[in-house]
Design a protein around this ligand. Structure first.
Ligand code: ADP
Ligand code: GLC
Length: 487
């Protein structure tokens, strides 16, 4: 097969900029594609928080002019090689020289987000022309990359560099659609003739994700089950008809794991490394985690971990309703790491004082603590109301930390339900999204720990043997790229 050239437009990418799983995916997929012989180039905003020295950014093009729909903007382009694939950064102080990526400290979206990320998209396309990179695929991630996917079709179909490219859109989360004021239409060159409910418009506003869904040659989301769910009114966030309209050109591809970062045998952030054959190191991580979170130091008490954005999707308000009952009724500990919603920050931040020794929490974002929680916990809970894929349950499996999850989206696809008769499975799933269901599912997991320890160990071995490496998923992306090119 002829190697493919892929331009990716994203708002996040590990190791440069991360708020969630999108960054893990965009940091790993290009490497997996390169291993298969393809070439990926990633374009990101140069946020002021990105450490230019650490990531060895160097100026590539300056000044760099970007044609918008109704004007030209001047910016600069930087480049880094540290990720193992070519990463370009668009430097534009007016849009990216701020503390947050998408919102201010009070979680208010920046009102010019459509302009900011539409500009990123158009700058990425123009960069291809400037450096002579003629992509086969323009791959936009979420609403932030949607304008690139649409523009390559609308504007550049006869361009000598971009003309052959097919547009592919990956939906990491349908709940975030990029709904902003329609005043950005001229600036982004979307065309008022396209500002109607079957393209860029929703309830009088600009809907960037919808425009990308309609324009792309192929669309995917990040798990097969979420692909099915999003075609229903319950999970479709108003866009189900547009996803249904796509027919076979809307797929689900489960995310992979970058095992170079997430393997207990080699994880340098841990207190001790370990593997399925020798779990002594896991016990040391549990001890360290209990100490760090001021929990009673006792290996016999099952410890349940949480690492999450505090967003409505994650169901942590439901867990909040029962966590006190759980630690009162059961001999079990919790550790919670997360940030986001202020009410949940206050709740989880305060609860460790009310249940000292039983619940430990850390409010904030901390990569090394997240690794310690994966390694040191016995169970990992994700009570999501919906979950496009979810990465932490995949990390948990590898770390021998049994997932307790609501059976939705990628959680349904990646966790195999425990069979109490045979001891088969890799975790514990419940179906109804409510606090009572969480209570009973946690109870089931905890009773397995105490009453069926052989089953716990069997589940743990099965979990650690699961393979969600990117190789398989990347092959499916290549298959999708070829289908998109065929359209
Ligand atoms: P989402 O992208 O919806 O937040 P995922 O499960 O796909 O959910 O990915 C979340 C990623 O972000 C994981 O790598 C997880 O470890 C990380 N993460 C989330 N919250 C925190 C936090 N407070 N500190 C460190 N890492 C976090
Ligand atoms: C989104 C989803 C999450 C998914 C991640 C990466 O943030 O909420 O489920 O794993 O994107 O695709």
């Amino acid at each position: 097969m002829k190697p493919l050239k892929i331009l990716m437009v994203s708002s996040e990418c590990v190791p440069f900029a991360k708020t969630g799983g999108l960054a893990d995916v965009v940091g790993a997929l290009p490497l997996a594609l390169e291993k298969l012989g393809h070439q990926a180039l990633v374009v990101l905003p140069l946020y002021s928080a990105i450490d230019r020295e650490k990531f060895q950014l160097h100026e590539e093009l300056s000044p760099f002019g970007v044609w918008m729909g109704n004007c030209q903007q001047w910016c600069a382009v930087y480049k880094s090689e540290v990720a193992g694939f070519a990463t370009y950064f668009i430097e534009f102080e007016k849009y990216f020289g701020r503390e947050g990526y998408y919102h201010d400290e009070l979680l208010n979206d920046y009102v010019d987000n459509a302009e900011r990320f539409g500009f990123l998209s158009l700058a990425a396309l123009q960069l291809c022309k400037a450096i002579g990179f003629d992509p086969d695929i323009v791959h936009g991630h979420d609403w932030q990359g949607a304008v690139a996917v649409a523009a390559v079709r609308d504007w550049y179909h006869s361009d000598p560099v971009l003309g052959k490219a097919a547009g592919v859109l990956t939906i990491h989360n349908l709940a975030y659609q990029g709904l902003y004021d329609k005043s950005a239409v001229d600036y982004l060159g979307l065309g008022w003739q396209n500002f109607h409910s079957d393209r860029w418009e929703s309830w009088g506003q600009l809907n960037l994700l919808k425009g990308g869904i309609v324009a792309a040659h192929w669309v995917n989301t990040v798990s097969p089950t979420y692909a099915v769910e999003t075609k229903t009114p319950e999970f479709g966030c108003g866009l189900a008809p547009y996803l249904n309209n796509r027919g076979e050109s809307y797929w689900g591809i489960l995310n992979g794991v970058d095992y170079a970062q997430w393997t207990p045998e080699t994880d340098k952030t841990l207190v001790a490394t370990y593997g399925a054959k020798d779990l002594k190191g896991k016990a040391l991580n549990k001890k360290a985690l209990q100490a760090r979170m001021n929990l009673e130091s006792d290996p016999s008490i099952p410890l349940i971990g949480v690492v999450s954005r505090f967003a409505p999707q994650k169901g942590l308000d439901q867990l909040a309703e029962v966590i006190e009952r759980i630690v009162t009724d059961m001999r079990v500990q919790f550790v919670v790491l997360g940030s986001g919603n202020k009410a949940l920050e206050a709740f989880y931040g305060g609860i460790s004082q009310r249940f000292p020794g039983k619940i430990g929490s850390s409010i904030g974002y901390d990569d090394s603590v997240s690794h310690l929680i994966e390694a040191g916990s016995d169970f990992f809970i994700m009570p999501s109301l919906f979950e496009p894929c979810g990465l932490n349950q995949l990390y948990s499996l590898k770390y021998g930390t049994l997932p307790i999850v609501r059976a939705t989206g990628g959680l349904e696809d990646s966790v195999i339900q425990y069979d109490e008769v045979t001891g088969a499975g890799t975790g514990f799933k419940y179906y109804d999204a409510n606090p009572t269901a969480i209570y009973y599912c946690v109870g089931w997991a905890v009773s397995t720990w105490y009453d069926r320890p052989k089953h716990y160990r069997k589940l743990q071995q099965a979990a650690m043997a699961q393979d969600y490496s990117w190789d398989r998923s990347a092959r499916l992306y290549v298959e999708m790229y070829l289908k998109a090119l065929g359209k």
